[in-house]
Design a protein around this ligand. Structure first.
Ligand SMILES: [Cu+2]
Length: 324
């Protein structure tokens, strides 16, 4: 008798947990049904949203979305000599995706950054016939890293950015986020940032490149643009790939010194911006911290001269931008 009562109680408990899990899944995870509603134009689903909340999560926060999943095949990242970092993107049918739509000259862009927003790398892995991506990779220091795969499966209308954590074993000394600054230096280049990030609004950002005090007017196209800008939100590393205004050869876009972008950040707060630009045959990355003001408030003006990011990321040399 006693046993029966216990079992019943346990079964009840299970049922309660299962119901709670269902509720949670409904609230935060797109089920097949809500995904379909999204595709159809989020009507039924949007009624469940907090008023004013964005319907879609920012990119890069999930390891799986709409049936696609980013699966690392390499357990850890190397500090020292580069080691192959391998991963797959599996599709809704569970098999590795082998066909992609090219974007910015590449089928997949891999961004690797430590969780404290240091050690940024933007590399382009090679795809094997079986759907395995691989790239030689080393990071400058131990720590917990975030790897973002930015890609568009063939036949899908829009791109996806999935993110996964990968550790570089060792003693992790997290670095503080550098203070907001309007200029940064890298390899003798000075890059200045103009513009203010406003949450929920397309904000124009202009970056100007100079070297030895002279404006650089012969920037070279890199992946179909004079600059590529990635923004990561401090705190959760929400990912924004910001699109440049204008393209090389369109008759109106100069090869510097200014590169313009339209950026829409999802919230107030601090972001780390990473600008990739190419000059004299080499791709470099200038980094900035920028703060998006809460709507209706004035953003604090960044100091005129930057604590330029120390930037000697040894892992971010020529190789990290060579397309294999
Ligand atoms: Cu790329």
């Amino acid at each position: 008798m006693r046993t029966t009562v216990k079992v019943s109680g346990f079964t009840l408990g299970l049922a309660a947990v299962f119901t709670a899990a269902l509720g949670l899944g409904h609230a935060v995870g797109p089920t097949r049904a809500t995904t379909a509603a999204h595709t159809a134009g989020h009507d039924s689903n949007s009624t469940e949203q907090t008023p004013g909340a964005s319907t879609h999560l920012p990119a890069g926060l999930q390891v799986t979305q709409d049936g696609y999943r980013l699966t690392p095949l390499t357990a850890t990242l190397a500090t020292g000599a580069p080691q192959p970092f391998r991963f797959q993107i599996t599709g809704p049918d569970g098999t590795p995706v082998t066909r992609y739509t090219t974007s910015h000259d590449k089928d997949l862009h891999l961004i690797v950054v430590r969780r404290d927003l240091s050690g940024f790398q933007h590399v382009h892995p090679s795809l094997a016939a079986d759907g395995t991506w691989s790239v030689p990779l080393a990071v400058a220091a131990p720590g917990q890293y975030r790897a973002f795969a930015d890609f568009q499966p063939a036949g899908r209308a829009e791109g996806l950015t999935l993110g996964v954590d990968v550790a570089a074993p060792g003693h992790y000394r997290p670095a503080a986020l550098p203070a907001p600054a309007a200029s940064a230096t890298v390899d003798g280049y000075t890059v200045t940032l103009n513009g203010t990030l406003v949450p929920g609004t397309s904000s124009k950002l202009t970056l100007s490149v100079s070297k030895d005090g002279s404006p650089v007017t012969d920037l070279q196209p890199y992946l179909g643009a004079y600059g590529h800008l990635v923004a990561l939100r401090d705190g959760d590393l929400a990912y924004l790939h910001v699109h440049p205004d204008g393209a090389p050869g369109d008759g109106r876009t100069a090869a510097g010194p200014q590169i313009s972008f339209s950026a829409e950040v999802p919230s107030a707060g601090a972001y780390r911006l990473y600008l990739d630009f190419q000059h004299a045959g080499k791709v470099r990355t200038a980094e900035f911290t920028a703060v998006a003001a809460a709507p209706g408030r004035q953003a604090a003006a960044p100091p005129p001269t930057g604590t330029a990011s120390p930037q000697p990321s040894p892992s971010h040399g020529d190789d990290s931008h060579t397309h294999g």
